[in-house]
Design a protein. Structure first.
Length: 234
């Protein structure tokens, strides 16, 4: 056997060994995250999924793939290339759809049955299958937070869509785009601060949902009344 093939085989073996060591290192680092830190990650994943599910999947997987954060074992599938590509494409579609009035509301309506269970699954994955009752509680927390964020987002955007100008709609959409990576970053770097910010966000979301739901319901009631009057005259 010549020297070049032997060198190539040796290089490939070394690269494989390095990859295995890195993977073991990431898994070990993730397993050493304390419960508070893992719950912060689970909470951030749940809340952010209610706003931008595909951005959450893509950014979390990308951070793990690049080695920026040690993903827990239950989330390491997010860093697989196929998942990254799929989530990246859907993230761009969602980014564009969320900037168009009424298209964003239609998108939110369809994703009511997607974001909430996905938020629960991601939150449960943050704690892993070995966490027992903690994983179950994380799933409940993630699903609840995803539902709260989703309803607040959908209600707010539906109310803003009644305005004829598009700038407030785009501004709110960009704010949501920025909030997702901010929540994910806080959960990894400052988990206690994440809980404080999240508590404030929940209060604001509930207040907006109650206030704007009445407004949106009133607008649609007026529209139905006008539509009914027009149909009767016709």
């Amino acid at each position: 056997m010549s020297v070049l093939p032997q060198a190539a085989i040796a290089a490939a073996s070394a690269a494989q060994a390095t990859a295995v060591q890195l993977g073991q290192g990431v898994g070990a680092a993730a397993s050493h995250l304390d419960t508070t830190h893992l719950l912060a990650v689970a909470a951030a994943l749940g809340w952010a999924s209610g706003m931008r599910l595909y951005a959450v999947v893509f950014l979390t997987g990308l951070a793990g793939w690049l080695g920026w954060v040690p993903l827990p074992p239950g989330l390491q599938m997010l860093q697989q290339p196929a998942v990254l590509w799929g989530a990246g494409v859907l993230m761009m579609v969602e980014f564009l759809a969320d900037k168009i009035p009424w298209v964003d509301s239609a998108w939110d309506t369809v994703h009511t049955v997607i974001r909430i269970p996905a938020g629960a699954m991601l939150a449960a994955g943050a704690l892993g299958a070995d966490a027992g009752q903690w994983q179950f509680l994380a799933a409940l927390m993630g699903g609840t937070l995803a539902a709260t964020a989703h309803v607040a987002k959908a209600t707010t955007r539906a109310a803003v869509n009644t305005s004829p100008e598009p700038f407030s709609n785009i501004g709110l959409s960009l704010l949501g785009d920025a909030a997702v990576p901010a929540f994910l970053w806080l959960s990894w770097q400052y988990p206690v601060a994440l809980f404080v910010v999240l508590a404030v966000a929940i209060v604001v979301a509930l207040a907006l949902t109650v206030l704007l739901f009445k407004f949106v319901r009133g607008v649609f009631a007026v529209l139905r009344q006008k539509w009914g009057s027009g149909t009767a005259r016709a």
